[in-house]
Design a protein around this ligand. Structure first.
Ligand code: BEZ
Length: 341
């Protein structure tokens, strides 16, 4: 009888051990579990501000696939799109504490935290998106990523939403005169603001969520926008004059929490970097293809498209902005030199 009771106790204890070990997954937030194939198991979290149809979300999905493939299923990715985890400043804070593992943050927001990132917003540096994405491989771009270490972030790569253009309720843009006194929505960033101020426009920073109504009601006269956002958010319903200015490009900075990174073995850090590189390479090519597809789509919707082929009317303003930023930041100076090559 006593033997039976001991046996029953042992069986119950073994069940308890099995249940407890199954409950503890080694995710990025500290629980521990090893896979049968060896190596720890992780469920990482990534967040970004765009909708699920956006190329940045598609790149995050690709990153998840690559992680699973390269880690033999040990690493998974949970994606939180459309600011589900808060504003970008909240995401940055979560990355610092390690409660968020990866962020696809707009370069615009990050340029308010790290001056050198304004390099991507130096006016009229790229004629098209292909030229801009090549600068991902530049020494200056690599330096920008490395400098993020001082913020508790591991800078991994840049991907792109497209180049930025101007959509106006009335008229196209061929010189600064066409923008004089016009209220133009921008995403907040020092260099974008400065360029439009020097042009004589009234740059108005506001989140994407307010743009549709502001255009509709005439609170703003136009917007600085990439084609992907223009198509997804249907701004062409309230303004029909699109000038393809390519005045800046619009990247996302992909960052990882230093806290999460430090928890990984060197081999796992390599897996993460390899998976991210594969996804980002794919993402930038997608962005280039979408640039053309989006333009066709806009034409189908009756948008009046004009290409700004001669940008010389903006030369002196663009030079003023570039000189000022190059003087402030050696990385921006180097970026502009490399972009000329
Ligand atoms: C914007 O605010 O303009 C924006 C943000 C993320 C992706 C595309 C556009």
């Amino acid at each position: 009888m006593k033997k039976m009771r001991i046996m029953r106790l042992l069986v119950m204890l073994s069940i308890l051990v099995i249940i407890l070990s199954a409950c503890s997954g080694n995710n990025a937030n500290g629980d521990e579990k090893s896979s049968e194939k060896g190596g720890d198991v992780y469920t990482f979290k990534v967040s970004h501000v765009t909708q699920e149809s956006h190329v940045w979300h598609q790149t995050a999905l690709k990153f998840g696939e690559e992680l699973e493939k390269l880690s033999d299923g040990r690493m998974k990715l949970e994606i939180y799109p459309a600011s589900q985890l808060g504003l970008e400043k909240d995401m940055a804070q979560q990355l610092e504490t390690g409660s968020l593992d990866f962020g696809f943050l707009t370069n615009a927001y990050m340029s308010t935290r790290q001056d050198s990132l304004n390099a991507w917003f130096m006016p009229f540096t790229f004629k098209n998106l292909e030229e801009a994405v090549k600068m991902r491989e530049s020494e200056a771009a690599k330096q920008m990523l490395e400098d993020l270490n001082s913020q508790g972030l591991v800078g991994l790569d840049f991907i792109f939403a497209g180049n930025r253009h101007i959509l106006m309720k009335n008229g196209h843009v061929s010189s600064p005169q066409d923008l004089k006194g016009k209220k133009i929505r921008i995403i907040g960033s020092p260099a974008i603001q400065e360029f439009l101020e020097k042009v004589g426009a009234g740059p108005t920073a506001m989140p994407l969520s307010e743009v549709y109504t502001s255009l509709q009601t005439g609170v703003i006269d136009g917007i600085d926008i990439d084609l992907d956002a223009l198509v997804t958010e249907k701004y062409y319903e309230n303004a029909e004059n699109l000038t393809l200015t390519n005045h800046i490009t619009f990247p996302s900075v992909i960052v990882m929490s230093q806290k999460t990174y430090d928890k990984l073995t060197t081999e796992d850090q390599e897996i993460v970097k390899k998976a991210l590189k594969a996804a980002a390479d794919w993402g930038v090519q997608q962005a280039i293809q979408r640039e053309n597809k989006n333009l066709e789509e806009l034409k189908k919707h009756g948008v009046k498209v004009k290409e700004l082929t001669d940008t010389s009317a903006f030369d002196s303003i663009a030079k003023e902005v570039k000189d000022k930023y190059a003087e402030k930041s050696p990385v921006i100076k180097k970026f502009l030199e490399e972009a000329k090559q």
